[in-house]
Design a protein around this ligand. Structure first.
Ligand code: SF4
Length: 362
């Protein structure tokens, strides 16, 4: 490691820093904690370009913790719809309530205190504390871990907790080399490291000839740059076959809020997981399960099947599930409380439900 590491990296970042709506700074070079928090949570699973319109819309609707806490969960989920991983939106909402009730609407300034808020862990607390309050704490994400693994030539897997610890310790060492009187330096170094990992120290083909820290990089010197960190363990996928039943009345669709599994609280048409049935009979069974108790005049399974229109298959991936969903339109009215006939544009839908509804047209 050279002592000029933080300086050369910060100079490189200053040259290529993009203007982004959450990167607005005050005269000390520090960011607004609320905007930093929302952007960091949105950016966790989504590309920068995709986040920008969601971020701007979110800021218009909820311009601070008070507005976010005062909104209903449904309003927050609706503003989040399309970003996925909806648990993050629920936790944002809960943390806003805690900021209002426990902290008098003021953000706590230390990473330790920030971690007491729902949904704010080591990564987000360090990002907010360094970028908005100048705390000298490293932010460690996948990009930073990759840079550190290569810079120090660590023979560790990308998901090995030892790599996380090494990256944190290395980050603290680099923080100590920053000028003591620059409040914005810690946040800048953190951003620069993440940017380096995202744009130069790329997973498969690192662009070492463009790298501002190439001089001290051990993996480059020993010809191991593209091999480190070592590969993660392989993810185990679960394949699911499902049927969805779509019933429209005018602009409204029969929708149910998910209770568990992926995206609880978001809406979908009724569905069932296929085990050994064929899709048509599973859809008929699902339809009958939504209808009133059998009477002498009720439809037979064959009549029920005849009233279903097969609209094909949609594919969707969520968490570790790979889903094939058979979509059916039905003309038969489920006998459920009226509140479940909803305008799909007015409630937060799962990503899968949006695909299903797109397929289910007459
Ligand atoms: S020299 Fe290459 S491997 Fe080393 S940190 Fe820079 S981009 Fe990554």
């Amino acid at each position: 490691m050279t002592s000029s590491f933080p300086a050369s990296l910060r100079a490189w970042f200053a040259d290529r820093r993009r203007e982004l709506p959450w990167r607005v700074t005050d005269e000390r070079g520090l960011r607004d904690p609320y905007r930093t928090w929302i952007s960091e949570i949105m950016l966790q699973q989504t590309r920068v370009e995709a986040v920008i319109p969601y971020f701007e819309n979110f800021m218009q609707q909820f311009d601070g913790p008070q507005a976010l806490a005062a909104a209903s969960e449904e309003q927050v989920l609706k503003a989040w719809a399309g970003l996925g991983y909806y648990r993050r939106a629920r936790l944002l909402h809960a943390a806003a309530a805690s900021l209002v009730h426990d902290f008098g609407c003021e953000f706590p300034e230390s990473s330790e205190q920030l971690k007491s808020l729902p949904g704010i862990g080591a990564y987000t607390s360090a990002a907010i504390a360094s970028l908005a309050f100048g705390e000298r704490i490293p932010v460690v994400d996948g990009n930073v871990k990759r840079v550190v693994a290569r810079y120090l030539a660590l023979e560790l897997a990308a998901d090995d907790s030892k790599l996380e610890r090494s990256a944190r310790q290395q980050g603290r060492d680099w923080m100590e080399a920053l000028p003591v009187d620059e409040l914005a330096a810690a946040g800048e170094l953190n951003e620069a490291l993440m940017e380096l990992g995202a744009t130069v120290c790329l997973p498969r083909t690192p662009l070492c000839e463009q790298c501002p820290i190439a001089e001290g990089c051990v993996a480059l010197q020993v010809g191991r740059a593209s091999e480190l960190p070592l590969p993660k363990r392989v993810k185990k996928w679960v394949n699911l076959e499902m049927v969805f039943l779509v019933h429209r009345v005018g602009a409204r669709v029969f929708l149910k809020a998910r209770q568990d599994g992926w995206s609880p609280g978001l809406y979908e048409p009724p569905s069932a997981i296929l085990t050994n049935q064929v899709p048509d009979s599973a859809a008929a069974a699902l339809q009958q399960s939504l209808e009133p108790a059998p009477s002498s005049g009720s439809d037979s399974p064959m009549q029920t099947m005849a009233s279903l229109q097969n609209c094909g298959v949609v594919r969707h991936t969520i968490t570790h599930h790979r889903i094939r969903a058979h979509v059916f339109l039905t003309q038969s009215s489920p006998a459920q409380p009226g509140k479940q006939w909803l305008d799909p544009d007015a409630v937060p839908l799962t990503g899968l439900a949006r695909k299903v509804l797109l397929n289910a047209t007459l």
